[in-house]
Design a protein around this ligand. Structure first.
Ligand code: HAM
Length: 440
């Protein structure tokens, strides 16, 4: 009975997870390229940490009381009895690795970036998934406000260069010196307004009243609007740190607004905190494209010596959705040199070896060996943006020649098969020179 049932039950995608289908990969490739193109000039090195970590890492690092850890983690016990979790975010893992691999002894600060999947058992909806990808940048080992400003600028510029104009919402949430006092002030304020708070906020009031600023409930929001603001309650050194960050932002022409509601949902933050929203989403603060902040206490919390740090992460799915919504055009790759087309059994064989020998020479190539019609193959070459197509037919095999077709002009010439590489090189050089002239 049960085997019959299982035969019939439909195998399908797990709720909250998504396939990234081939047609969407152009966006993902483009985003990855953009991340690399900003990370390396700014001297960030890539780090990959495991998807699975000890549950304690997140309990201690991100905070046991946060929604992320208390409600949204995929946690399990292994057969050997280890308590593990799929990572809900990457900062804790990066800091664990920084401590474990003695990166404290490298010249500071250490600049790291990552791209990878994260897991949160949240309610799935548009732009909110249970498996989603983030890319993130972390600078560990320096508390200079210029680093906060640089990271804000990098997060802003990546999105801008991907065709998404954003506004940075920035705040300071103080440090261990001034935050406890501020928490007392707002605890008193919210207690006085207790009767209008939602159930979640009533428990936040005891655990972390700062999180009430994050609530989406309209009544709670209107109470939060009148609440004493943290910027008015910062200690002198946090105030100066924040003013300097903002000063640099002005200098770099970053579009930002001071936003007392940016308190971030994770416990490790201190001082600067920011989130990125597209301009139209300003009011609807449910869909930040990215966020980050300082986490000066995290290295110590996880067992390292006191080490300041700052970082951010951006959600790739949300960026892709936004790019599609905005109809951002992905530039076509201009790098395809040669498409190899073939007609007939013998020429297919020869095309196989020709492809390999040109590939080893470093030409960028494309082919569709299973296609039989020339028109089909030329259409594909055209779509892929090939500069030239080499055509091998029965006649060319018999004559020891190959046809080279300029895809832009449609002009075809017959060349000696043995001189294929030299002839291609010659033409590619002319092509390049022509393009350079046009650009001038
Ligand atoms: P976060 O604000 O929790 O920060 O996540 C950063 C971004 O990940 C969000 O702005 C969003 O784009 C994306 N994201 C979060 N949850 C989901 C979801 N369920 N589905 C789709 N996208 C999602 C962090 O994770 C911190 N580790 C950032 C950081 C790095 N702070 C310092 N360094």
């Amino acid at each position: 009975m049960s085997s019959k049932k299982s035969k019939k039950s439909k195998i399908q995608l797990v709720k909250g997870m998504r396939d990234v289908l081939p047609d969407d990969q152009v966006y993902w490739d483009y985003i990855r390229e953009k991340v690399f193109s900003l990370a390396y000039p700014y001297s960030f090195k890539r780090i990959d940490t495991p998807i699975v970590e000890f549950t304690n890492l997140f309990k201690r690092g991100v905070g046991e009381e946060t929604d992320l850890v208390s409600k949204e983690m995929y946690s399990f016990v292994t057969q050997g009895g280890d308590k593990l979790s799929l990572r809900p975010e990457n900062t804790a893992g990066v800091v664990r690795s920084y401590i474990e691999h003695g990166m404290l002894n490298l010249p500071q600060p250490v600049k790291l970036f990552y791209i990878g999947p994260q897991f949160r058992h949240d309610n799935p909806q548009a732009g909110r998934y249970r498996q989603f990808w983030q890319f993130g940048f972390e600078i560990i080992g320096d508390d200079d406000p210029i680093l906060d400003a640089q990271l804000i600028a990098i997060s802003y510029n990546i999105l801008k260069e991907l065709g998404i104009n954003t506004e940075v919402h920035v705040n300071s949430i103080g440090d261990d010196n001034c935050r406890p006092q501020y928490l007392k002030v707002i605890k008193k304020y919210y207690s006085d307004n207790k009767k209008d708070l939602c159930k979640d906020c009533l428990s936040r009031l005891n655990q972390n009243p700062l999180r009430i600023f994050d609530c989406k409930n309209k009544k709670c929001q209107s109470i939060a609007e009148q609440a004493p603001q943290i910027l008015d309650n910062l200690c002198d050194s946090c105030k100066e740190h924040f003013m300097t960050v903002v000063d640099y932002l002005d200098e770099m022409d970053i579009k930002y607004s001071l936003d007392p509601y940016i308190v971030r949902g994770l416990d490790y933050y201190s001082r600067t905190a920011w989130e990125l929203f597209t301009e139209n989403d300003k009011e609807e603060k449910t869909s930040a494209l990215g966020g980050g902040g300082r986490y000066d206490g995290l290295v110590e919390t996880l067992g390292g010596r006191p080490t300041p740090a700052v970082g951010f992460a951006i959600g790739i799915e949300r960026v892709v959705i936004k790019m599609m919504e905005l109809k951002v055009e992905i530039p076509k790759s201009k790098n395809l040199d040669i498409y190899i087309a073939q007609l007939g059994a013998e020429s297919r064989k020869k095309a196989l070896t020709l492809f390999e020998s040109l590939r080893k020479e470093g030409f960028s190539l494309a082919e569709n060996m299973s296609k039989r019609g020339l028109k089909d193959q030329l259409d594909i070459a055209d779509k892929k943006g090939a500069k030239y197509t080499l055509i091998l037919g029965q006649k060319e095999i018999a004559d020891g020649t190959v046809i080279i077709r300029d895809m832009e002009s449609g002009v075809q010439e017959v060349i000696d098969f043995n001189k294929t590489k030299t002839e291609i090189r010659k033409r590619l050089a002319t092509h390049e020179a022509k393009n350079l002239k046009l650009k001038k």
